[in-house]
Design a protein. Structure first.
Length: 521
């Protein structure tokens, strides 16, 4: 059998063919194929593991080639593949099947012959499945025997001896039993399902912030970006940290994408089968540009990609570096980010929902009726300039969070949102809205293009006239107008209406327009 391993670089990674040649000469072992130090050191680990497992290391010149030769190989995941390649070449009578069928092998060897888990195993299995590879041998710590990562037969092993026996069996067997591996359907499923959540994540503990809770419900129903601003201690962070309990589980396709990214980043536990809950990333304000967008020697994913198909929450967002905030603009528009490093580039998916929490000014009291703001007008203006107009224009919902101020019209009360409402009650309209959206257009409303907005979000002439007057009054951009229409479509879906009504558009405009502390900008 042809042994292949996996080199994790960027989002795609690459399958690497491990070739072994034995020839006469002074006993030695050479590795070629642009291997880094960790891969070259595998010669000594592999030699010791074979001998300590009671097997015989060939007393010949051993040449190990990692193909393609122009691709840099990194990491310790090649140990097991190289060791099995050497044993297969030295004991050809035990591996009688000369077929060129590929088998994925990953694992790090201890000197005793035991096998340790390695980073990127989930991503390797997904890549191998896409290449129609039927079998893979991985460390037993990766409990993936009943995985849902593709049509591939997984053999978890804990020692080199076990791995050798599995490879020997596969090389000599003629029956293809890979069909029984995955009983789950290998298709993307848009069924909207929710998981249980910790009690401390329930919205019932959020008091006197019905407007913010209503906005979060709408944001979850259509995956709209949201900005919440208000003085310290008003409940912004408390509410937004519970937001993930409103989101349904990931579909199979989404789960595989998230699993691949987290596997490449080394953030997934070995026994995780498939990530099915949306990620919720909350980076610190000191996060660097590389930490947010990704990069480094091995082109690891950053916070933007780790939040793919989930949420990126920036608490105290004005404290982030301006350059970090501005890098969000392109991913918010394209749902991906391209990283280029030393002649190589990779494209990470970055389809995330942005949640922003910030104070209205440096001291935090601007706009509060019961507090005194000590900031000058110039200081407040410079504070908000950190976000820039293009970034704020991509945020559909802006919510002022002030404890002692009530809006002229209480849309939350009209929607049945009361103080201390539970997460379970909030989920029902979200489920209804998302099922309608997937059935109607196959995507959530926030992802609608201008052409799709015209087709799926038709407005009555009276509503078009109303929106035109509002847009002129508040100086809405074209993107802001589209945001209002998409928000109105989401609100209508939550209530089960086929057509957008005036009350839906009014609430959408209320959520979109700059309110309170933002009116001056």
């Amino acid at each position: 059998m042809k042994i292949v391993s996996f080199s994790p670089f960027g989002y795609e990674g690459a399958l690497v063919v491990v070739e072994v040649d034995l020839r006469r000469g002074i006993p030695s072992c050479d590795v070629v194929g642009l291997a880094d130090c960790a891969v070259k050191e595998s010669r000594e680990r592999m030699r010791a593991a074979i001998r300590n497992s009671g097997l015989e290391f060939p007393m010949e010149r051993v040449l190990i080639n990692l193909s393609p030769a122009d691709l840099k190989k990194e990491g310790s995941g090649f140990d097991l593949a190289i060791a099995l390649g050497v044993l297969q070449a030295a004991n050809q009578e035990d591996f009688q099947n000369n077929s060129q069928e590929k088998i994925l092998i990953m694992g790090e060897l201890e000197l005793s012959g035991k096998i340790r888990p390695v980073r990127g195993t989930h991503a390797a299995i997904l890549t191998a499945s896409e290449e129609n590879i039927k079998y893979c041998i991985i460390p037993k710590d990766h409990n993936l025997k009943d995985h849902n990562l593709g049509k591939i037969q997984v053999f978890p092993v804990s020692t080199l001896l076990e791995a050798k026996e599995v490879l020997k069996t596969l090389a000599n067997q003629t029956m293809d039993f890979s069909e029984n591996n995955n009983k789950k359907k290998d298709t993307a499923d848009f069924a909207v399902e929710f998981s249980d959540f910790p009690k401390e994540m329930d919205f019932s503990s959020v008091k006197n912030q019905t407007g913010l809770v209503r906005a979060l419900q709408i944001a979850a129903a259509g995956k709209h970006n949201l900005l919440a601003y208000g003085p310290p201690g008003c409940g912004k962070t408390l509410s937004l940290q519970r937001y993930n309990s409103l989101l349904p589980n990931l579909s199979l396709k989404e789960g595989r994408e998230v699993t691949r990214i987290w596997s490449l980043a080394g953030l997934i536990s070995p026994d995780t089968q498939l990530v099915n809950k949306p990620p919720f990333r909350m980076p610190h304000q000191s996060a660097s540009l590389e930490g947010m967008v990704g990069g480094g020697i091995h082109c690891h994913p950053g916070e933007i990609s780790l939040a793919h198909n989930g949420v990126l929450f920036l608490d105290e967002a004005a404290e982030f570096r301006t350059s970090v905030l501005q890098t969000l603009r392109v991913p918010l528009e394209n749902h991906s980010i391209t990283l280029s490093r030393a002649g190589r580039h990779t494209v990470f998916p970055a389809d995330f929902q942005l949640l922003i929490a910030t104070n209205p000014c440096p001291c935090g009291n601007f706009g509060a009726s019961d507090k005194i703001c000590l900031c000058s007008a110039v200081a407040v203006e410079n504070y908000w300039k950190k976000f820039s107009g293009p970034l704020l224009d991509r945020v559909d919902i802006r919510v002022p969070v002030f404890n002692n101020q009530k809006p002229k019209r209480d849309f939350a009360a009209e929607a049945g949102i009361f103080s201390g409402i539970s997460t379970s009650e909030l989920r029902n309209p979200i489920k209804k809205a998302q099922e309608i959206q997937f059935s109607r257009q196959g995507k959530l409303n926030s992802k609608l293009t201008p052409e799709e907005i015209t087709f799926y979000c038709t407005l009555h002439p009276v509503l078009e006239e109303y929106l035109s007057k509002v847009a002129e009054k508040h100086d809405f951009s074209a993107r802001a107008i589209h945001s209002c229409i998409k928000l109105a479509r989401t609100i209508a879906d939550m209530q089960g209406f086929y057509d957008i009504k005036l009350e839906h558009l009014e609430e959408a405009v209320f959520l979109r327009k700059s309110q309170g502390a933002l009116d001056m900008f």
